[in-house]
Design a protein around this ligand. Structure first.
Ligand code: NAD
Ligand code: UGA
Length: 482
């Protein structure tokens, strides 16, 4: 890197996923002098990012298509040539996936950093000059050490040929939420930079200063930065398990979880956000990051700490199972051949992401009970729903979607799901689900007809006025206890 010219640099991001794509798009927007190339070894994904038809972008995020449309081909590029782009980059963001390990030491809890390690090796083999490596992925504490080790080994060999080669590693975790990624990136609560070398920190900080106020940029040591990211997700997930546990208690006692949330959320020490009871947290990160924390705590012999955080994940499983069990109970103890209209499959509204969505576990449990599901989500593809429910090449799929043998049906609109349904189950809070015409839904359904609202988005009175029976999450009042 030309140390005196920090503003006109080349950035390469490895990983064109939910983080890499939107993060780099916003960076390119605010830094016209920086050439940003988002790379990925998944060619299909890169082709989708380069698609002229903006509805084909691989990620749905409000506002993202507009930015991509404006800056792609100018200073924002998408490429599958990972190594070539590493070789010309001054700064490299690692934004690859870090899922939970499925086998070997730490399986089921520790994060698998094999993709991060692969990136470090790619960088070590291809970088040509001084390069700053930025950890954007969420990583176990002390991963920077692994990256440094790999880079240092490479440097000692390469520097004999090229004395200018050297590396700095920074931690710069991402806090965006899906569905509001562009808003979060444009106006973050904070940008966190962990590192040791002041010049590298300054180089990264100056990029953010193009649109983020300086007072929002926090500097820490590299280990605090890595741990802060895991801790933030653990705290957020903990609030959801806490309120969902109280929701169950509300249903048992006649209280209403919305009222309890409002009452406690007005305490400025508690705060109002992340107190919405729902079907249980989903998304690619909460579970994996907590389990990673659990693994770290156990590794350091802190078993009480590990147990404390693990209970947040356990409660989430229990809660999702509680919802499917109560549906069985309300529908007279059996779902055999009963039709359930499932509204929403994404793990939250305004995203097409289904990773760890509560809908997956709940739908599987309903199918186990013999239900026929009619699923609608405005943004999740059929292919994705089938993949999540393991329907691809599955014995269930013995039909054309028009005959009655199939156990599932993926609908193109809400109305289609209602025909002969015994119940409507709302799992994602898409705004269109709050405007349903309940009278016409009731007419199409088999009676007694139920609405199960796990997101508190229906108007209870309108549902009841249409003669439907209603269960709402955390509602212990009479309306939900028919
Ligand atoms: P993702 O799976 O959507 O994207 C990761 C991409 O990296 C994939 O397209 C994959 O093909 C690519 N990749 C992996 N190894 C590669 C390699 N060696 N070379 C080139 N490409 C490679 O993942 P994501 O949701 O963007 O998450 C990335 C990281 O960011 C994770 O650590 C996650 O915990 C963290 N994070 C995610 C979010 C979120 O909202 N999704 C928010 C904050 C942090
Ligand atoms: C979460 C964090 O909010 C981000 O800060 C973080 O960067 C990101 O994880 C990550 O590391 O991946 P995300 O998973 O995109 O973001 O979405 P959230 O808004 O946090 O929602 C997570 C889950 O909790 C969703 O299933 C959502 O429906 C649920 N939720 C959220 C509730 O049930 N109640 C609430 O009050 C809030």
């Amino acid at each position: 890197m030309k140390q005196n010219d920090l503003k006109n640099i080349n950035i390469c991001c490895i990983g064109a996923g939910y983080v890499g794509g939107p993060t780099m798009a916003v960076l390119a927007k605010h830094c016209p002098n920086i050439q940003v190339t988002v790379t990925d070894h998944n060619l299909e994904r890169i082709n989708d990012w380069n698609s002229i038809d903006l509805s084909k972008l691989p990620i749905y995020e409000p506002g993202l298509d507009e930015i991509v449309n404006k800056y792609r081909g100018k200073n924002l590029h998408f490429s599958s040539e990972v190594e070539k782009n590493i070789s010309i980059a001054d700064m490299i963001f690692i934004s690859v996936n870090t899922p939970t390990k499925t086998k070997g030491v730490g399986a089921g809890k520790a994060s698998d950093i094999k993709w991060v390690e692969a990136c470090a090796r790619q960088v070590a083999n291809n970088a040509k000059d001084h390069t700053i490596i930025v950890e954007k992925s969420t990583l176990p504490v002390r991963t920077a050490e692994v990256i440094k080790n790999i880079l240092e080994s490479a440097t000692s060999i390469k520097s004999q040929k090229n004395p200018s080669i050297s590396f700095d590693v920074l931690s710069n975790p991402e806090f965006l939420s899906e569905g509001s990624a562009i808003k979060d990136l444009e106006n973050p609560d904070r940008v966190l930079i962990g590192g040791e070398n002041n010049q590298a920190i300054k180089a990264l900080s100056e990029i953010y200063e193009n649109w983020v106020p300086v007072k929002k940029i926090l500097y820490t040591n590299i280990w605090s930065s890595e741990l802060a990211k895991l801790t933030a997700n653990a705290f957020l997930a903990q609030r959801i398990s806490s309120i969902n546990s109280i929701g169950a208690l509300c249903e048992a006692t006649g209280a209403d979880v919305r009222e309890v949330s409002r009452a406690i959320g007005t305490d400025s020490r508690i705060g109002a956000k992340f107190l919405d009871a729902g079907p249980g947290f989903g998304g690619s990160c909460f579970k994996k990051d907590i389990l990673n924390l659990v693994y770290l705590a156990s590794y350091f012999g802190l078993h009480e700490v590990a147990n404390f955080w693990e209970s947040v994940v356990k409660l989430n499983y229990w809660h999702q199972n509680r919802i499917s069990r109560l549906i069985v109970k309300k529908l007279f103890g059996t779902l055999s051949d009963k039709k359930i209209a499932v509204l929403g499959f994404a793990f939250k509204a305004n995203t097409n992401d289904t990773r760890e969505s509560a809908a997956i576990q709940i739908c599987k449990e309903l199918l186990e009970e013999g239900a026929i599901l009619s699923i609608y989500d405005p943004k999740v593809s059929r292919k994705q729903i089938k993949r999540d429910l393991n329907f691809i090449n599955d014995p269930y799929e013995i039909k054309t979607e028009s005959n009655n043998l199939n156990k599932y049906f993926i609908a193109d609109n809400i109305q289609e799901t209602f025909q002969d349904a015994d119940a409507i189950l709302i799992l994602t809070e898409w705004s269109e689900f709050s405007n349903i015409n309940w009278e016409s839904a009731y007419k199409m359904m088999r009676k007694p007809a139920w609405v199960f609202d796990s997101r508190s988005i229906v108007n209870p009175q309108k549902v009841l006025d249409a003669n439907l029976k209603l269960w709402r999450i955390g509602d212990g009042s009479k309306i939900s206890n028919i």
